[in-house]
Design a protein around this ligand. Structure first.
Ligand code: HEM
Length: 538
């Protein structure tokens, strides 16, 4: 028998699983019969036709024929690593979740990704980056499925297929692979101006990180934490990299994409292998759980808005250290299934209309991507807490479930009461009040301001970052074929910052439109005069 295999989640050693790990002394068929030859197919004579009887040939080729599974519909390209999260204890006063307890260590798996490109695309694309963390807590698995940008393109999940169709390559020629360099992307973000804030972060240097190790992460939505005494607060989650936030320039990104499209995944794996373990502090911005869920005029349920850290500082609650590379990319990074539904007692969702839709979508897509409803049984997705659900059967079922009757209450199948006493720390859905009217499709008026935070972000940038941002708009819009789309995006920029609009319009050789809304006057940044027509636009 071959060397022992430790499964990625540290479970299932010493079982028949080990024997499936391809470490043995002899080559065998999939059912374990030893083979003499795997290099020649069975033929009728040395020159004769191949024989259907060759079971090894058929098994080898047929299995190979089915090696690929669908890539993720978004975030297809990613890199993962294992690590540990240690709670500081500072969040224990606001959340009963054990993961936050002082010095409590919880295993984690993190997957970083780009959003738009396919599995083989370059790491250095101008794009948002996914930052998804699976905490294997004693109380169940908690997934914090975030990005490296604190806001999102859309406010309502029903628009997700629209925005993704707009950023993915055009269906006729499957170009371009890049997120932002095409008409449909700019058409979408200029028609749906709620996307302008997120787009501004993409055009700024945040869109081309230097390394996964040097990115912030954000839960984006407002979540609700529930304390031991049942009291609640609203929070926004932030990951702060110990190495600081760094980006590359556009020219560097182009060179790296040519020389090493695996730059980010190589950087992550090399750092971990060298013992330079990447670290992030997890922090929360904490808000009172008021009925209107507003803070300083900002609707906390609007995922296109941040709350500035000057107003509400981020309080550190724990440290994550990535310590181990994957041993099998497919089994871990590809088969991992993150899901914003994976919550633990003490952490709950809010009514953010984007988050509400995500609660359906991940579970649904994974039924296709991972071939049925049993992906929780894949080693990387197995909870470290005990599981006693009533789910049965289905495609790729590997468990042999005990008992005869998976229903509750149940007087025949012995023990296992349906009710969990409070002392056993159950997950309780928080009884938040809802509005009287339930048939509502319009978003509240507090979601209407699409420009002021994009302006706030642009003005927070250093001079050189402003210059890069204006150049990025000029370059990316320069790739659009449709003049009307460029014009509409310039009108959105005019409502964010007229000087930025002017610089980009100059770069494109187009007239700058006037703002249609009131825009506060600011002295134009000197960096904007540097933009000019610096890019080969044709
Ligand atoms: C995948 C983040 C909004 C649907 C992902 C991943 C991340 C992410 C990080 C990759 C997970 C991994 O590495 O495996 C976000 C964030 C959002 C957002 C931060 C907004 C704040 C949405 C919305 C929908 C959606 C609104 C749908 C209504 C999906 C789907 C996948 C995905 C279908 C693929 C999942 C899989 O195949 O396992 N998202 N997303 N996302 N997201 Fe989102």
């Amino acid at each position: 028998s071959g060397p022992a295999t430790v499964s990625p989640t540290g479970q299932e050693t010493g079982t028949p699983q080990e024997k499936m790990a391809q470490g043995g002394e002899f080559l065998t068929t999939a059912h374990g019969a030893r083979l003499k030859d795997s290099d020649h197919s069975l033929r009728a004579g040395p020159r004769g036709p191949a024989l259907l009887q060759d079971h090894h040939f058929r098994e080898k080729i047929s299995h190979f024929d089915h090696e690929r599974i669908p890539e993720r519909v978004v975030h297809a390209r990613g890199a993962g690593a294992h690590g540990v999260f240690r709670g500081y204890g500072t969040a224990s006063r606001i959340s009963r979740a054990g993961v936050f307890a002082q010095d409590k260590e919880t295993e984690v798996f993190v997957r970083f990704s780009t959003v738009v490109g396919s599995r083989g695309s370059t790491d250095l694309a101008r794009d948002t980056r996914g930052f998804a963390t699976k905490f294997y807590t004693d109380e169940g698995t908690w997934d914090l499925v975030g990005n490296n940008i604190p806001v999102f393109f859309i406010q309502d999940a029903i628009k997700f297929p629209d925005v993704v169709h707009a950023v993915k390559p055009h269906p006729d020629r499957e170009i371009p692979q890049a997120q932002s360099a095409h008409d449909t992307f700019w058409d979408f973000v200029s028609l749906h101006t709620e996307a302008q804030h997120h787009t501004m972060w993409n055009m700024a240097d945040r869109g081309i990180p230097r390394s996964y190790r040097m990115m912030e992460g954000f839960g984006i939505h407002t979540f609700r934490l529930i304390a031991e005494d049942g009291s609640t607060v609203l929070v926004k989650f932030h990951w702060k990299p110990k190495l600081g936030v760094h980006s590359v320039t556009w020219e560097e990104a182009q060179l790296i994409s040519g020389a090493d499209p695996d730059f980010h995944r190589r950087d992550l794996a090399d750092a971990i292998e060298a013992g330079a373990f990447p670290e992030w502090e997890l922090g929360v911005q904490v808000f009172e759980d008021t009925e209107d869920q507003m803070f300083a005029g900002i609707d906390l349920l609007d995922p296109t808005k941040i709350v500035p850290e000057e107003l509400v500082p981020v309080e550190p609650v724990g440290l994550m250290t990535l310590t181990k590379n994957t041993s099998n990319y497919f089994a871990e990074t590809e088969q991992v299934a993150f899901n914003p539904n994976n919550l633990v007692p003490g952490i709950d969702v809010t009514n953010d209309p984007l988050l509400q839709g995500r609660l359906f979508s991940y579970l649904d897509t994974q039924i296709t991507r991972l071939g049925g409803p049993n992906w929780n049984q894949l080693p990387i997705n197995r909870p470290h807490a005990d599981v006693n659900d009533m789910l049965r059967d289905g495609m790729h079922q590997t468990a042999v479930h005990a008992g005869v009757a998976p229903y509750r209450p149940n007087s025949l199948d012995g023990g296992n009461p349906f009710e969990t006493p409070d002392g056993d720390r159950p997950f309780i859905d928080h009884p938040a009040p809802v509005a009287a009217s339930v048939k509502e499709r319009a978003l509240p008026a507090t979601f209407d301001d699409h420009f002021s935070q994009a302006r706030l972000f642009f003005h927070s940038l250093s001079e050189v970052e402003k210059e890069h941002t204006a150049q990025a708009y000029t370059f990316e819009l320069g790739k659009c074929y449709e003049q009307a789309v460029r014009e509409r995006q310039l009108r959105a920029l005019a409502n964010i910052d007229p000087a930025l609009c002017q610089a980009v319009a100059d770069g494109l050789g187009m007239p700058a439109p006037k703002p249609s809304l009131d825009v506060p006057e600011v002295t134009p940044s000197p960096a904007l005069s540097q933009v000019g027509r610096t890019w080969p636009l044709d």
